[in-house]
Design a protein around this ligand. Structure first.
Ligand SMILES: Nc1ncnc2c1ncn2[C@@H]1O[C@H](COP(=O)(O)OP(=O)(O)OP(=O)(O)O)[C@@H](O)[C@H]1O
Ligand SMILES: [Mg+2]
Length: 221
């Protein structure tokens, strides 16, 4: 369960969430605006803790982990693609992608090599030194994806990765996700778009903080 304090009271955002995710899965969390998707993503990615209930990540009870252990998970194990790409505006594409590697203590030469490789992978080999405001929305989103992947995280968390994109660019991003999933990355993708959700092999619905597993045809209940 997740509650937030509001004045003298608490509002309950997540309740009745029960979810097992295996390594290598491509799961999509489908639900309307305000249903608790981003809140859930923050908990899965150890950016936030549940108010009650249990979250076990690779055998670890997350509520029992130290801040050091949590920050290790956030920087090494999980790649985040946030709802709006959240690039640093003063840095070019290359530097944005290098950032997680700086935090991880990777040497400059190796950093450049890996950032370049990842930008090429998302189709931005010819835009590496553009600043975010010189890139289209879709290109910025792809920089954010490259940044999320550059540390080779085992778990990729993507919050509305195609929310701001046209259909063609959205499809390209989905192709990239399929490729990444084929390479063994676990992907949890959050969306309110049933057509995007269909890309995942498994879909769960979240409505008003409660979760139901979609069976058979995916519908927007
Ligand atoms: N820090 C907070 N304090 C109080 N309420 C919050 C806080 N963060 C989120 N909420 C509430 O929790 C609910 C779920 O928010 P959340 O961001 O998880 O929704 P969402 O499903 O990601 O929506 P969207 O599709 O619009 O991004 C909302 O009603 C929101 O107002
Ligand atoms: Mg959200």
């Amino acid at each position: 369960m997740k509650q937030y304090p509001m004045g003298d009271e608490y509002v309950t955002i997540l309740k009745g969430i029960s979810l097992d995710i295996d390594e290598g899965e491509f799961l999509s969390v489908l639900g309307p605006s305000g249903s608790g998707k981003s809140t859930l993503m923050n908990i899965i990615g150890c950016l936030d803790l549940p108010t009650s209930g249990e979250y076990i990540l690779r055998g670890n009870v997350v509520l029992d982990l130290s801040e050091k252990a949590l920050s290790h998970i956030r920087s090494k194990e999980v790649g985040f693609i946030f709802q709006n790409s959240q690039l640093l505006q003063r840095m070019d594409a290359m530097k944005n992608v290098e950032l997680p590697l700086i935090y991880a203590g990777v040497r400059p030469k190796e950093r450049h090599r890996r950032a370049e490789e990842m930008l090429c992978k998302v189709g931005l080999g010819d835009r590496m030194h553009h600043m975010p405001n010189q890139l289209s929305g879709g290109q910025q989103q792809r920089v954010a994806i490259a940044r999320a992947l550059v540390t080779h995280p085992s778990l990729l968390l993507a919050d509305e990765p195609t929310g701001a994109l046209d259909q063609t660019t959205g499809r390209q991003i989905m192709e990239l996700f399929h490729e990444l999933n084929g390479d063994g990355h676990t992907i949890i993708m959050i969306t309110h778009d049933v057509n995007i959700a269909r890309n995942a092999r498994r879909v769960v619905n979240i409505i008003d903080g409660e979760m139901t597993e979609a069976e058979g045809e995916v519908t927007f209940a």
